[in-house]
Design a protein around this ligand. Structure first.
Ligand code: NAP
Ligand code: GDD
Length: 327
C-alpha cells in the first residue's frame, strides 16, 4: 500500500519540524517546502533529513507557479500551510510583506489546490492574535476578531479566505485557531525562549541582565509538540471545520519570568530590566482559549502544563549551553 502524502509549508519553522516528525511517525511521505536562501537553515529538521520518507522541495508563498508545480509533482492528499512571517513586531516594520506571506500566501495555496486537485485536505495555521483586543473571555470559535497588529490583520484574512474557499468551492479546508505554543525549538526572539535562554545564561554567569517589554501581558501558552497533533486531527474528520486549540490557562510574562528564574534558584527582579524598545504600538493584553470543541470533537488534550513547559525549555537551554562548552 502506498504511503499517504502530506505537503508542509514552513517545515523549517518550530511547528513544521514537530509536525513533520509526527507525520513521519504516522507513516506519511512528507514533502517539506522551503524557500531558497543563500545559507541553509535546516537546524530544526537536520535529524530528519536523511529519511527516505522526507522530500525537501523549493517553493515560496509569493510564487503561485511554485505551489502549483509542487502539488502536480507530489500529488499530496493533505496540505498544512504553516509558512508565514510569524513575528508580531516585524509586522509593523514590514506590513506589506507580512500581508503578502501571511494573508495572500493563503489564497495562493488554496488556488493551487483548487486548480490541481480540489480533493486535497487543507489546514491553515490561524492564530489567537486574531482575537487581539478580546471581545469575550475566554475566546471560542465564535468570538469576534479584533486584531491589534498587521500580523493579526493578515491572519484574519487567512482565516476568512479559508472559510470562504470551503464554502465557495466545497474544499475540505480547516482553520486551526492556535494559541501561543512554545518549545526548545521556538525562535529566540519570542518571549518564552528569550526568557528561558537568558535565565540559563545568567545561571552560568554568561550575562547578568535581561531586557524585556510589557511584563503584564497574559498568554495561554502550550507545548508545540501537543499542538501539531491537533492540526492532524482536524484533517481526519468527516467534515471540515475550525477549532480553537489552547490550554485554557493564562499567565503573565512576569509569571513566566518567576517560573523560569526560580527554577534555577534566581530572583528575576534582580535581572529583568524594562526597556521601552520592546513595547508594541498596540498590545494584546489577555489571551485565554476555550478548547472545548477540540476536546469533544477531536479528542485532543494538551499534555504539558505551564510550569512543565517552562522547565523543559530551561533544561534544554542549559543543556545546549553546556554542550557548547559553557558551565
Ligand atoms: P516560525 O518558526 O516562524 O516558522 C515560519 C516558517 O515559515 C519558516 O519555516 C519560514 O521559513 C517559513 N516561511 C516564511 N515565509 C515564507 C515564504 N514566503 N515562503 C515559504 N516559507 C516561508 O513559525 P511557527 O511558530 O512554527 O508557526 C507556524 C505557523 O503557525 C505560522 O503561520 C504562525 O503564524 C502560526 N501560528 C503560530 C503560533 C505559535 O505560537 N507558534 C500560534 C498561532 C499560529 P524560513 O525558515 O525560510 O524563514
Ligand atoms: N517577543 C517579545 N520580546 N515579547 C515580549 C517582550 C520581549 O522582550 N517583553 C514582553 N513581551 C510580551 C509581548 O508584548 C507580548 O504581549 C507577549 O510578550 C508575547 O510575545 P511573543 O512571544 O512575541 O508572542 P506573540 O503573542 O506576540 O505572538 C506569538 O503567538 C501568536 C499566537 O497568539 C507568535 O507565535 C505568533 O506567530 C502567534 O500567532
Amino acid at each position: 500500500m502506498s504511503r499517504k502524502r502530506a505537503l508542509v509549508t514552513g517545515i523549517t519553522g518550530q511547528d513544521g519540524s514537530y509536525l513533520a516528525e509526527f507525520l513521519l511517525e504516522q507513516g506519511y511521505q512528507v514533502i517539506g517546502m522551503v524557500r531558497r536562501s543563500s545559507t541553509v537553515n535546516f537546524d530544526r529538521i537536520a535529524h530528519l533529513q536523511e529519511l527516505e520518507a522526507l522530500d525537501i522541495v523549493q517553493g515560496d508563498l509569493l510564487d503561485q507557479m511554485s505551489l502549483i508545480d509542487i502539488l502536480r509533482e507530489y500529488d499530496p492528499q493533505e496540505v498544512y500551510n504553516l509558512a508565514a512571517q510569524s513575528f508580531v513586531p516585524t509586522s509593523w516594520r514590514q506590513p506589506v510583506l507580512t500581508g503578502e506571506f501571511t494573508a495572500l500566501g493563503v489564497t495562493r495555496v488554496l488556488d493551487a489546490i483548487r486548480i490541481v486537485n480540489p480533493d486535497i485536505r487543507f489546514y491553515q495555521a490561524s492564530s489567537s492574535e486574531m482575537f487581539g483586543k478580546v471581545m469575550e473571555v475566554p475566546q471560542t470559535e465564535s468570538t469576534p476578531f479584533y486584531p491589534r497588529s498587521p500580523y493579526g490583520v493578515a491572519k484574519v484574512y487567512g482565516h476568512w479566505i479559508t472559510v470562504n474557499y470551503r464554502e465557495s468551492y466545497n474544499l475540505y479546508a480547516c482553520s486551526g485557531i492556535l494559541f501561543n505554543h512554545e518549545s526548545p525549538r521556538r525562535g529566540l526572539e519570542f518571549v518564552t525562549h528569550k526568557v528561558t535562554h537568558a535565565a540559563a545564561r545568567i545561571k552560568l554567569g554568561l550575562q547578568n541582565e535581561l531586557r524585556l517589554g510589557n511584563l503584564e501581558a497574559q498568554r495561554d501558552w502550550g507545548y508545540a509538540g501537543d499542538y501539531v497533533q491537533a492540526m492532524w486531527l482536524m484533517l481526519q474528520q468527516d467534515e471540515p471545520d475550525d477549532y480553537v486549540v489552547s490550554t485554557g490557562e493564562t499567565h503573565s510574562v512576569r509569571e513566566l519570568c518567576e517560573v523560569a528564574f526560580s527554577y534555577l534558584g534566581l530572583n528575576y527582579e534582580e535581572h529583568v530590566v524594562i526597556d521601552e524598545k520592546f513595547y508594541r504600538p498596540a498590545e494584546v493584553d489577555l489571551l485565554i482559549g476555550d478548547a472545548t470543541k477540540a476536546h469533544t470533537q477531536l479528542g485532543w488534550k494538551p499534555s504539558v502544563d505551564f510550569p512543565g513547559l517552562i522547565r523543559l525549555m530551561v533544561d534544554a537551554d542549559l543543556e545546549a549551553l553546556r554542550t557548547e562548552g559553557y558551565g
